[in-house]
Design a protein around this ligand. Structure first.
Ligand code: HEM
Length: 482
């Protein structure tokens, strides 16, 4: 017998939770059964919209610790002392599938981190790949539509996938990573993470440098072979969710080293690659990884919905000392995430405990659906005021890196150039024979039902990256198509 009395959502004791109130033994149910009506009505509203992308995910709490001093590069307080610890939360995800879809599907993996710093939350919302498929945010909804279901058949549509890739060849670098076995990592613990975009580190004098985030798994990078990934899709669709949860439950806490690549703004102007193009990497031989710290995931959520489903990450959640760059994709994302959170979780999503900063929040935002923080009580709701309300700190450039910008307003498209084929080609040439074969077989398998016109267009892109890339995909296609 439990020592807790069941109550209604209103806190009233419940005499019977198993039998509805009826008029007579076989008579209809009565409206006055508040508990029944409330129970059904609440159940009817249990689902919130799933994330429009990255719907299937797993998360865990952890801790970040600084191991190397980079206070000469950034004034970010959470990085200002070796040994300093910051609580954090991580969520890993697939991109295209629905909330119930399989963990081992071929897809990039989301790698989202929330650091609860003394200067508010810093979110790094990256992937397990250092690059992305496109470099302009206007292409994102179209790209995602090709990864989702066909509007007529509600089936996955490989023709749409390869039609888009072949018409947007800037995607080739990410396509080459995705169809390698990195597209099917062996669980969330065994993959590296990347902030992918170029950001800025800003020091206390307002001087800044470009940088990129890297998170190196200490469990070793491990991928699944295609046959194993396909088998797990059927037999154990929650493979990665379970692996992360069980390892933490067993005290085997996964850890990642946190590193950065740093580049002077002046160097960026002369560099071989456009640092504002998220389809390109900075080769490590040019800009080696510098260690900063490490994070460890050491606590499973108590409640999946409250902590993982309601987690709201955004690249625009930034602390002083870390700033955005003019990367167009990143700029598009700065808008899109808080916008989708307002839709998915409501305007007060930052009041949900998992999203609440763990430092004081003082401002004049008030009210709206689901205000649960007391609305700042009787404090004034306007500023400036003469009632000791919070005031701006007047530190010029404290929340952004001063940067000179000039030019005409216009729609300046990135031209497709041979540059777009060099990095995918280099990546291909770096692969072992076995990896090359897996890559080309994975591509051919995916293209089996694709129209020939689209295949021919895509083969020309493989050829531009490396003639052997095309030859191998063609050979693999012959095998699957007969
Ligand atoms: C999730 C938009 C590019 C990584 C999302 C969500 C949206 C979105 C609307 C759902 C968020 C939610 O419901 O909480 C966009 C747009 C992009 C873009 C408009 C380009 C213009 C990228 C890129 C990366 C990325 C380049 C990685 C480098 C993620 C991750 C999540 C996510 C990790 C899941 C966050 C979580 O775990 O809650 N994106 N995205 N996205 N996106 Fe993007």
């Amino acid at each position: 017998m439990s020592n807790k009395v069941l109550t209604t959502s209103n806190g009233n004791p419940v005499d019977n939770d198993q039998t509805s109130l009826t008029a007579g033994v076989w008579g209809p149910v009565l409206m006055q059964d508040f508990h029944l009506i409330d129970k059904l009505a609440h159940f009817d509203r249990e689902r919130i919209p799933e994330r429009v992308v990255h719907a299937k995910g797993a998360g865990a709490h952890g801790e970040f610790v600084v191991t190397h001093d980079i206070s000469h590069l950034t004034k970010a307080k959470f990085l200002n002392k070796v040994g300093k610890k910051t609580p954090m939360f991580a969520r890993f995800s697939t991109v295209g599938g629905e909330r119930g879809s399989a963990d081992t599907a071929r897809d990039p993996r989301g790698f989202a981190l929330k650091f609860y710093t003394e200067e508010g939350n810093l979110d790094v919302v990256g992937n397990n790949t250092p690059v992305f498929f496109i470099r302009d945010p206007s292409k994102f909804p179209d790209f995602i539509h090709t990864q989702k279901r066909n509007p007529r058949t509600n089936l996955h549509d490989k023709n749409a996938v390869w039609d888009f890739f072949s018409l947007v060849p800037e995607s080739l670098h990410q396509v080459t990573i995705l169809y390698s076995n990195h597209g099917t990592p062996d669980g969330h613990r065994h993959m590296h993470g990347f902030g992918s975009h170029t950001f800025k580190l800003v020091d206390d004098k307002g001087k800044w440098k470009y940088f990129k985030w890297h998170f190196k798994t200490q469990q070793g990078s491990k991928n699944l072979k295609p046959a194993k990934a396909a088998e797990l899709e059927g037999t154990n669709p929650d493979y990665s969710t379970n692996d992360l949860f069980q390892s933490i439950e067993n005290g085997d806490y996964p850890t990642w080293d946190v590193c950065i690549q740093v580049m002077d703004a002046e160097d960026a102007k002369k560099y071989r690659w456009n640092v504002l193009d998220v389809t390109k990497v900075w080769p490590h031989k040019d800009y080696p990884l510098q260690p900063v710290g490490k994070f460890t995931l050491n606590r499973n959520p108590e409640n999946y919905f409250a902590e993982v489903e309601q987690a709201a990450f955004s690249p625009s959640h930034m602390v002083p000392g870390i700033d955005t760059s003019a990367d167009r994709m990143l700029q598009g994302r700065l808008f899109s995430y808080p916008d989708t959170h307002r839709h998915r979780l409501g305007v007060n999503y930052k009041q949900i405990p998992i999203n609440q900063p763990q430092c004081p929040v003082n401002n004049y935002q008030r009210d709206g659906f689901m205000t649960v923080n007391g609305g700042s009580g009787r404090a004034p709701n306007y500023g400036p005021n003469s009632q000791n309300g919070p005031e701006q700190n007047n530190l010029i450039g404290s929340t952004f890196a001063p940067e000179e910008v000039e030019g005409l307003i216009g729609r300046f498209s990135f031209e497709l150039t041979d540059d777009d084929f060099v990095q995918p080609g280099n990546l291909y040439r770096l692969m072992t024979e076995e990896d090359k074969n897996d890559l080309c077989e994975n591509i051919a398998g995916d293209m089996e039902t694709v129209d020939d016109e689209i295949i021919q267009r895509q083969l020309a892109h493989f050829e531009r990256a490396d003639p052997d890339y095309r030859r191998r995909v063609e050979a693999a296609l012959k095998k699957v198509k007969g």
